[in-house]
Design a protein around this ligand. Structure first.
Ligand code: GTP
Ligand code: MG
Length: 333
């Protein structure tokens, strides 16, 4: 997956202008190498280092340039054909349902954030569990032969559910469990702290999937009332951009879940609106709206740059996510 490079390539000192004092400040904020530096935004670096935004931007840009030089990130200006080639190298993780895979043109993409939003019980957490199992399967079976990190903010990760899904796929559940790293976040600051640490685990453990279930719950609970809305959106914005940079830099698929809230100003159609509002909407690469329809679940692709807006049906069963029993036979599985 990742180009093999020695750790020295990513040392902070290899950037011009980073001396021992700057390095010490960065390290004490959990930024150990260029990968960490590039995955934080200039506004965060300005806060950490207590420097102005221009200086922070300069430092972040240096880190980005170095990663471009090392072939880890795309150049700012590349030809469309080069971009097309690069996009063809994006990997996909199957969802366990052909219908959902079709909706996503082949599954969840690496280098992108896929957001699932919907009401309680619509299947967001079940999708996350299923993906943690499928990502471990070989490519021919829809996986990437790699592990997952599950950032659990609502205490809804269940290893028993992983065991059940793994067994439904005839996998050794001990092995499957051992390749899922669970981090429980107790509040939004802790959630941000965990994401700051995630890069090193991704590198060390060969992770290709990062789940954040849910991305917004803590922010929603902690920032109540209109007066705090601006700060909440700013923190959420920073968090989501950090996720997107992690997806790009480490070539992982990021899946974030989001609850819906009732929007009283909507009189026609579905009155549900994702909680994170426009912040999440603008950062997620793909957004999928889930809703219950009796025993079935319906998924709709919303706001994708490359997929038509349409709906598909799936179910939740012992395999986690699956196609409804009456749908067309499965391909290759
Ligand atoms: P919130 O986190 O509360 O917003 O909901 P969610 O969208 O994450 O819902 P979740 O994915 O937890 O879905 C819960 C639903 O999944 C339940 O109502 C069940 O219908 C279904 N479900 C959960 N576990 C099982 C299971 O072991 N077998 C089957 N058949 N269905 C299950
Ligand atoms: Mg859930």
């Amino acid at each position: 997956m990742l180009i093999d490079m020695s750790e020295e390539d990513f040392e902070l000192e290899s950037l011009g202008g980073v001396g021992p004092v700057t390095k010490q400040k960065l390290v004490s904020a959990g930024i150990y190498n260029i990968l960490d530096l590039a995955s934080r935004g200039p506004s965060e670096i300005a806060d950490i280092m207590n420097i102005n935004r221009d200086k922070a931007t300069e430092l972040c840009n240096k880190a980005r340039d170095k990663l471009i030089e090392l072939g880890r990130l795309e150049k700012e200006f590349i030809s469309a054909s080069e971009l097309y080639k690069k996009r063809q190298a994006i990997d996909r993780i199957h969802m366990g349902s052909n219908n959902l895979d079709d909706l996503l043109a082949g599954g969840i993409e690496t280098q992108a954030i896929t957001e699932f939003y919907g009401e309680y019980g619509s299947g967001k957490t079940q999708i996350c569990h299923t993906l943690c199992v499928i990502v471990q399967m070989p490519k021919e079976q829809g996986g990437l032969s790699a592990g997952a990190i599950y950032l659990d903010t609502e205490n809804t990760f269940r290893p028993e559910r992983i065991v059940e899904i793994a067994e439904a796929y005839d996998l050794d559940h001990e092995e499957v469990l051992s390749k899922i790293i669970v981090a429980k976040a107790y509040n939004s600051a802790h959630q941000e702290f965990i994401i700051n640490e995630v890069g090193r685990i991704i590198e060390k453990e060969d992770i290709r999937l990062l789940i954040v279930d849910s991305a917004v719950a803590h922010y929603r609970a902690e920032f109540l009332g209109r007066g705090t809305l601006a700060e909440r959106q700013q923190r959420l914005n920073r968090f989501m951009h950090h996720l997107l940079r992690i997806a790009e830099i480490y070539n992982v698929a990021v899946v974030a879940t989001n609850q819906v809230q009732s929007a009283p100003d909507v009189f026609f159609g579905d009155p549900s609106r994702p909680t994170g509002g426009h912040v999440i909407a603008h950062t997620s690469t793909y957004r999928i709206y889930l809703r219950k329809a009796g025993k079935n679940r319906i998924a709709r692709m919303v706001d994708s740059p490359s997929h038509p807006e349409r709906e598909v049906v799936f179910v939740l069963n012992e395999k986690g996510v699956d196609d409804p029993p009456d749908s067309t036979p499965k391909r290759g599985r």
